[in-house]
Each structure stands twice: as C-alpha cells, then as structure tokens.
Design a protein around this ligand. Structure first.
Ligand code: P61
Length: 469
C-alpha cells in the first residue's frame, strides 16, 4: 500500500508549528530490553518512583525540575554570587518576581514544598479550614501539618474526566459561601487557589472566577493565596478561551490574575524552566516578617532560602523566558499533540487536555479493575514494561488515607499522568509514547491489578511497594 506522507499539520488540517528554539547540547538515551524492564520493575515494587532513571527510556514521570535550561540560563549560572548574605542574584530574582507577578515581598525557598511549609505555618491556626480547588499532595499535607482542615471547593465538573468545561479549575463560589455561612469567616485560614490544577489534569481557572472570588473574600475579610507553580500555563488558557483576553500577552494576564490574590508560593521547577528552586511572595508586611523569620530556621538566610546564587540567577532568567507567548504556545501545543493522537485512537484521557500532561483515565482504560486494585498504578507499570516509558499514578495511591478514619481516600479521578518536561522531547518521542499507550490499551483486557505490600506514613505514593495480583 502506498500513501502520500503528510506532515502533522496536514493530518490535522492546520499549518504545522515548531518549537521556538534549536538544540545545542544533547543527552543520549538508552533503552533496556523487556527482560531488563521486568527485573527493574519488580525491584522497584511496581512503583515508577522507585525505578532508576538509567532504566527509563522516555521519562514522563514529571515536569518538575526536568526542563532543559537555555544557553542564557547556563551563562547565568556562571554569574552566581555565592555570598552568604545579600547575593546580587537574589535581587535579580526579586525584581523578576515583582515585575512579572507583581507581589511586594519575596523569600526564595529550595523548592515548592519549602514555600508551602512556610505559608502554612504562618497563616493557618489549628482547626481552621483551608478551602482549595482540589487537593495537591504536598500542599494539603503542609496545610494539615499546620493544623488546617482541607476542604475541596472546586466545581463539580472537575471530577468528571469527560466534561469539557473550559475552566475546570474554577472555584465553586457557592461551596465557599456555604462554608463561610456554616463555620464563620474566622474559621477560614485563607483560600488556596492553584492555577492550573495539577490533580484535575492541569485544568485552568478563569479570570472571571478569581475576580468573583476576590469580591466574595473582600466581603468577609478572607485572604487568597495562589499556588503559582503553573500559572503561566493557566494564563495561556485565559488568552485562548476567555472573552477580552485574546489580545493580551501572557505576561499581562499573569500579572492581572495575581493582582486578585494576596500572595503566592511557587515550585520554580515547573513554569520557570529550572532544575531546582521555589519562592514565596506576599503583599502584607506582617506576614512577610513572620515568613522571613521562619525561612532562616528551615531553608537558609532570607536572601538565598536554600538556593545557590547561581540557581537564583538561572531562575530569574527562566521567568523572563517562560512568560513569552511563543514558548507557552509550543509547550502546550506539544502536550495537545500527544492528546490528539490518543483521542483519535479512542484511548480514554482526561478532557479537555490541560497544560502540562496527558492524564490517562485508568477507570475507563481498565473498566474491569476496581479502584482497590490500583488501576492507575497498574497502567503506569504496564506502560513501563511495554516501552520503558515512565509515567506517574494520580489516583487512589496518591490520594492517601483520611487522617481521621484511616481509610483510603477513593478519589473520583483515577489517572495515570504522562507529564511532558519543557523543551526536552521532540515530536518523534511523542509518537513513540502514543504508540506504546495504544499497545497497552490493546492488551487491556488481560491486565490484572496490584496489591500494596508496603505503605509509608507520609505521601505514600513516593515509596509504596506493590506486587502483581
Ligand atoms: C509534580 F508526585 N509537583 O507535579 P515541589 N504545587 C504544585 C505542584 O505540582 C508541586 C508542588 C506544589 C510535582 C512534584 C511532585 O505528589 C507529588 O517543588 C501544583 O515539588 O516541592 C509539585 O513543589 C510542590 C510529584 C510533588 C508528586 C508531589 O510532579
């Protein structure tokens, strides 16, 4: 059979796009054979977090700290001022955050969870509620460790993998109002808003939603803190989908969104194109004073917060690169390309495709497997066995247990995440990934689940071990 080859753009009836960079340095990949992968997976207790990266071919475990830095960022690493106090790189970082996010006071942290710890310890009083647009593992744990009680106030659509709502990360204001009415505004520490929402599939929050939330919170004197980890990607969806924003830049949208919040924490390992780093920024001097004091206990002096000067420089440069429209368009374009292939082949994924990953819907992928045998964990294991591709479970294992009853949380979403690192893989890698997912899908009926044989106390998904049923 002869067919005329077509570019990807032609196949999808549009003009092709290309990445706004070229490659200057490469890292060779190796692929071990199937027997080797069987061995590696068994040794890792069927947990992709426990695999050695040398045994992985295409690594889609996470987009966290896995970006390729630019030549400018690497050049910035040589300009590290490794002074213990007052490093010039800190002032560059501070200026970049003030310029692009608009917050007043900043402390660096070693990564996102360092910042989550500081904000939680500073503003949560024991027994207060922390409403959020779906939980994130480390965020909720730090809120709980500070004595807070997490309450999910995301819109119901977010829990439905086939609902096509354009802003599935939105906060349901009725849920927030009902909580205020029931418990009183003083029982609410703050509203914890993430843009985009990782566990919901990288789904965005609309500008209209954050504005309305601001109004509601102003009425009751409640603060809003933002998880800004993937907020630049969130800005792309506002530009694309929300009326009045098509002609605004990502930078303008980002700054407007942040202006409706009282501060933000950041895992710079995502949007900011660096391998390590984070920060916490607030507008209130008293909160800042407390944070600046605490950071010296847990992270380091307030002008380095656990980072080397060179890391802060690469981070400051990364912010300016990451906020560029052509960067975000190609980043999300690559994620969508993988999503288009899979949906075309009827592989069930979380829809619409979000910012940083494709989330395979393990409940529909393996309808014969109950959640108690960990379908998403099973799918991650099967994908690795098929092709050496590493993905991440985002279902019952990640959700953990209710601290009061000790029972598993059974989240509605049982997902396996194929997370795309920024500026790292090519379209050909996406093709290989898509074909492997399809091969695993084609054998789905013969797949059995897993049982958990070891469970750590905190964030169990990182180190839990499983055996085949
Ligand atoms: C990830 F399996 N995310 O997505 P840190 N907020 C948000 C994040 O996505 C985030 C952090 C805060 C990771 C790494 C990771 O259950 C897991 O810099 C929206 O990682 O400390 C991190 O930032 C925390 C993977 C974290 C996990 C927790 O892959």
């Amino acid at each position: 059979m002869t067919t005329t080859p077509q570019t990807m753009g032609q196949q999808f009836g549009r003009r092709s796009w290309a990445e706004p960079w070229k490659i200057k340095m490469v890292e060779p990949l190796t692929m071990i054979d199937r027997a080797g992968r069987e061995r590696a997976l068994t040794e890792a207790g069927f947990n992709t977090f426990l695999l050695k990266s040398d045994d992985v071919y295409i690594d889609l475990l996470t987009d966290s700290g896995t970006s390729a830095m630019s030549d400018r960022q690497w050049a910035g690493m040589m300009l590290g001022d490794e002074a213990y106090a007052g490093s010039r790189n800190f002032y560059h970082l501070e200026e970049a955050i003030q310029t692009y996010y608009g917050y007043k006071y900043i402390v660096p942290t070693h990564q996102g969870r360092g910042a989550e710890h500081l904000i939680s310890q500073t503003v949560i009083k024991k027994g207060q509620y922390v409403p959020g647009n779906m939980y994130f593992t480390t965020t909720r744990l730090h809120q709980e460790l500070a004595g807070g009680i997490f309450v999910d106030v995301i819109i119901d659509e977010a829990h439905d993998p086939i609902n096509l709502h354009p802003f599935k990360g939105n906060i349901d204001l009725n849920k927030v109002e009902a909580l205020i009415k029931r418990e009183g505004a003083d029982k609410i520490a703050y509203i914890s808003v993430a843009g985009t929402v990782n566990m919901a599939g990288g789904q965005p929050v609309s500008m209209a939603n954050i504005k309305a939330l601001r109004e509601l919170c102003d009425k009751h004197g409640i603060k809003i803190f933002l998880d800004a980890t993937r907020m630049m990607e969130n800005a792309f969806f506002i530009q694309e989908r929300e009326e009045g924003y098509a002609d605004k830049t990502i930078a303008q949208i980002l700054k407007e969104f942040c202006s409706y919040t009282d501060g933000a924490w950041m895992s710079a390992k995502k949007d900011h194109l660096v391998n390590i780093g984070g920060w916490l920024a607030v507008n209130d001097w008293d909160i800042f004073e407390e944070i600046r004091n605490l950071v010296v206990v847990y992270e380091g002096l307030h002008t380095y917060g656990g980072l080397a000067g060179r890391d802060m420089e690469a981070l400051a440069i990364g912010i300016a690169e990451a906020v560029k429209d052509d960067h975000i368009r190609s980043r999300i374009g690559q994620v969508r390309y993988l999503g288009e292939l899979l949906t075309d082949w009827n592989v069930p994924i979380m829809m619409p495709v979000g910012g940083h990953a494709i989330f395979l819907d393990a409940k529909r992928f393996y309808p014969h497997l109950p959640q108690s045998v960990f379908p998403a964990q099973t799918l991650a294991a099967e994908l690795y066995l098929d092709s050496g591709i590493r993905s991440m479970e985002r279902g019952v294992v990640s959700a953990g247990r209710d601290p009061h009853t000790g029972d598993h949380y059974y989240p509605k979403l049982e997902l396996t995440r194929l997370t795309i690192p920024r500026r790292v893989y090519t379209q050909a890698h996406m093709d290989v990934v898509a074909e492997s997912v399809k091969a695993v899908f084609d054998q789905r009926e013969s797949t059995r689940g897993l049982k958990m044989v070891y469970e750590p106390k905190y964030l169990r998904f990182f180190q839990a071990r499983f055996e085949r049923l």
